[in-house]
Design a protein around this ligand. Structure first.
Ligand code: C5P
Length: 239
């Protein structure tokens, strides 16, 4: 029997990663897979190599990058709210993949069909990690494309303004931690969030959408604790 599958999809900055990570920790033997981090790592590498995801040559080159990508994930220590560590070619890029530059280019990279093919195959393999009891995978197309037979599908939504504010707070905290200046304004981040949602909803291949049978949760006025409890209850009803 394959591991139990929880698919968490939704728009940007609805706490998908936090929810998925905490949930996986509360369920014995469950692994957490952040599929967005994979797209972000490919986007970062494309930026570093100056490859343009909107040009045809760039698309082919980025697909080639994805097919050879050396990506490793290390879970954060138990009890910590830090994100998982992401290693790209052996280098820790955990902070770099959350930059505004990456956020701005990732949707175009994720729209490249051959990039998706490579990453979806990796994700499906991770969902079958030997010895795992279950997997909590988060992204945009997990319930609809990657794990279509998942026992539980969740779709996280929320108002644009509140999501942009969350981004602002996250980015401020991370800039402070790194001792770097922080210049983005709330209205800029509202535009960033809107642009990313629009690109993700309207792309040709695997656009962001609520999978059939997914439970929709509006996160606008939910605390992270309540959000996790809600999803945990839904899992327990199906275990
Ligand atoms: O979840 P996160 O914000 O880190 O995702 C970054 C971007 O990666 C999304 O805006 C989307 O373009 C892409 N993505 C995707 N399919 C997934 C996960 C993420 O296209 N399963």
């Amino acid at each position: 029997k394959r591991p139990f599958q929880v698919a968490i999809d939704g728009v940007a900055s609805t706490g998908k990663s936090q929810t998925a990570k905490r949930l996986a920790r509360l369920l014995p033997g469950f692994v957490h897979v952040d599929s967005g981090a994979m797209y972000r790592a490919v986007a970062l590498k494309a930026l570093n190599l100056n490859l343009d995801p909107s040009a045809n040559t760039g698309k082919a080159d980025i697909a080639a990058v994805a097919s050879h990508i050396d990506l490793q994930f290390e879970a954060a220590p138990p009890g910590s709210d830090a994100p998982q560590t992401v290693l790209l070619d052996g280098v820790d890029v955990t902070a770099d993949i959350r930059s505004r530059e990456v956020a701005r280019s990732v949707s175009a990279v994720a729209a490249i069909g051959d990039v998706r093919k490579v990453l979806v195959t990796m994700q499906q393999k991770l969902a079958n990690t030997p010895g795992a009891n279950g997997v909590v995978m988060e992204g945009r197309d997990i319930g609809a494309e990657v794990l279509p037979t998942a026992e539980l599908k969740i779709f996280l939504d929320g108002s644009v303004d509140i999501r942009a504010k969350r981004r602002l707070n996250e980015m401020k905290a991370s800039a402070e931690k790194e001792g770097k200046p922080f210049t983005a304004t709330l209205s800029e981040l509202i535009e960033d969030v809107k642009a990313r949602d629009h690109a993700d909803y309207t792309r040709q291949i695997s656009p962001l959408r609520k999978a059939d049978g997914a439970v929709v949760i509006d996160t606008s006025f939910l605390s992270m604790d309540d959000q996790v409890d809600l999803v945990l209850d839904l899992v327990k009803q199906r275990l």
